[in-house]
Design a protein around this ligand. Structure first.
Ligand SMILES: Nc1ncnc2c1ncn2[C@@H]1O[C@H](COP(=O)(O)OP(=O)(O)O)[C@@H](O)[C@H]1O
Ligand SMILES: [Mg+2]
Length: 546
């Protein structure tokens, strides 16, 4: 303040909350988000039906989908959504887990704040606990490789339990495993999986059981001319990135034609260009042309005459996948086609799926891109199946890349919580309190699993701790009986990285929210509903004392 005059540096209408109010507000909002998804966790988790402003309905069990779909206003709540998104990007699964954990970390932090523990101390303690938790996971994890087909399929099944897809989880897990096995790439002894090489095509109709893996690529397109063959066996495939059309000039040009023979000549010339294109294609030996651009009617006609199968306007990403599946190179100049540019597919065929004709390019030799055709009774089933398959593919992919698994069903969480309790004792001071709070927060996962299954969480947690004290490290919750059981024997297994990532993302997110002690919102961007507690704008626009 200068001579008693407040210095106003914020624009009029800016709202500001500070100190404990800001913290309290943010933490409440974050906890509310965790509460919103908690009931979906685990095999007995329920689904949510989300209806948007246009009346469109999404039914899902997937944490990140729920949070993406609902309209969230509060900035701290939005940060929780980011946690789910990060987890989804990194692992493709474990989104609910990460959000619940972040919520629990913040809830326990709130208790510490009430005891006047400074946020930076809590943040430090949480980070130490995070590191320790990683160590514990590392110690408990076991190795797997691509050869452990059974284990990898069980991992996929675990990721699908409790979802719509669970009805067919054995079949779907097998599809996911075969798909990943086809596309995995090994460089210098390291395996990598790029899910972009798996094309997911959804078609409503049939039943979930009709979902299938295609050793090649499916295109939601018909051949351009009905006189073309419906099926080509042992097809040589040309991938073309040039239009089979007469180029239109950029500028308007007038051609003066003075007599009928000239007109005919002009038209003949156009025809010749297209004929020439088709001639070149025929000479190359190609029996199927997949074109990224357009194919003129006349060119279609010539291609049909030569019994060449053709599709047009295929997306660039599909062209890339086709190249990986068939081994063809994408040709951008018809004049330059070489025999070696052509790829191979055992079958190119048209199949009617539901109402639509689709093209199947299958039986490729050692395809490095494959497709999954998802079928299901309704659009909602198909969409939810898509999300579950995404989880299943992701967890298998991550396991192969990282080569390590842990047991689920709350068993790992209990080990971490107990390990952290011991660790806290060696630290002392206020950080010890934070580490203990962290240990308690990790238990929110088995707690939620138990609650969602309809059993008493306190009972189960006590039993679990007892079992783990006796060295039964893989004991978790049998969600069907309410008892505890060996999760390894129950085949409840997960990629280790799913857990390290969830813990990391949740800790970082929680610490970030915790460290905020000042929320300055521009006009209209107020994080609080009218009438809510907080400093409010009155007299708060000045930076007194700064
Ligand atoms: N058969 C099972 N028995 C007990 N727990 C299970 C079983 N299958 C999965 N889980 C547990 O359910 C949790 C995952 O639930 P899920 O709804 O998929 O949430 P997320 O979005 O975090 O993946 C994990 O803790 C996992 O170990
Ligand atoms: Mg999951």
């Amino acid at each position: 303040m200068l001579s008693g005059q407040p210095i106003i540096i914020l624009k009029e209408g800016t709202e500001r909350t500070r100190g404990k109010d800001a913290q309290g507000n943010n933490i409440q909002a974050a906890i509310a988000i965790a509460d919103a998804v908690r009931s979906t966790l685990g095999p007995k988790g329920m689904d949510k039906m989300l209806v948007d402003s246009l009346g469109d309905v999404v039914i899902t069990n997937d944490g990140v989908t729920i949070l993406k779909e609902i309209d969230i206003e509060h900035p701290a709540a939005k940060m929780m959504v980011e946690i789910a998104k990060t987890q989804d990007q990194e692992c493709g699964d474990g989104t609910t887990t990460a959000v619940i954990l972040a919520g629990a970390l913040l809830k326990n932090a709130q208790d510490l704040l009430a005891q006047n523990v400074h946020p930076t101390i809590i943040a430090d303690g949480y980070r130490m606990a995070n590191e320790k938790a990683w160590e514990i996971i590392e110690k408990l994890s076991e190795k797997v490789t691509l050869e452990d087909a059974d284990i990898l399929k069980k991992i996929a099944e675990t990721s699908m339990t409790g979802k719509t897809a669970a009805f067919n989880r054995v079949q779907l897990a097998d599809i996911a495993f075969q798909a990943i096995r086809a596309i995995v790439e090994k460089t210098m002894g390291k395996s990598s999986v790029d899910l972009d090489n798996i094309k997911i095509e959804k078609k409503q109709g049939g039943s979930m059981k009709d979902t299938e893996l295609i050793n090649g690529i499916i295109l939601d397109k018909e051949r351009v001319h009905p006189a073309m063959p419906k099926t080509v066996k042992d097809a040589k495939i040309l991938l073309l990135n040039q239009a089979l059309e007469i180029k239109k000039t950029e500028v308007d040009a007038k051609i003066q034609i003075r007599d009928p023979t000239q007109l005919q000549k002009f038209l003949d010339e156009e025809e010749n260009v297209l004929k020439n294109y088709v001639q070149k294609i025929t000479e190359s030996g190609a029996q199927a042309v997949i074109c990224q651009k357009g194919i003129d009617d006349l060119a279609q006609h010539y291609l049909a005459q030569k019994k060449i199968f053709a599709i047009r306007r295929v997306s660039e990403s599909d062209m890339k996948k086709l190249s990986k599946a068939t081994g063809a190179s994408i040709v951008s100049q018809i004049q330059d086609i070489k025999k070696t540019d052509l790829g191979f597919a055992g079958f190119v065929s048209t199949r009617k799926i539901g109402e639509d004709e689709m093209t199947f390019i299958t039986h490729c030799k050692n395809p490095k891109a494959v497709s999954i055709l998802i079928r299901g009774g309704t659009e909602h089933v198909v969409d939810e199946l898509d999300r579950s398959l995404h989880d299943a593919l992701s967890v298998i992919g991550k396991t192969i890349e990282n080569g390590k698994i842990t047991s689920g069903g709350g068993s790992l969480a209990i080990e971490i919580a107990m390990g952290l309790q011991d660790y806290a004792g060696t630290i002392g001071g206020r950080e010890q309190m934070a580490i203990e709070a962290y240990a308690n927060a990790v238990e929110s996962i088995p707690r939620a699993l138990a609650n969602n299954s309809g059993f008493d969480a306190i009972d189960i947690l006590l039993k679990l701790r007892q079992a783990h004290k006796k060295g039964k490290k893989t004991f978790g919750i049998n969600v069907y009986t309410g008892d505890i059981a060996d999760m390894k024997k129950q085949n409840v297994i997960e990629p280790a990285v799913l857990n390290t990532q969830a813990i990391q993302t949740a800790t970082e997110g929680a610490v970030m929210i915790l460290r905020i002690d000042d929320v300055i919102a521009a006009k209209g961007g107020s994080p609080m509903p009218p009438g809510a507690s907080g400093g409010g704008p009155g007299g708060d626009e000045d930076f007194e004392g700064y």
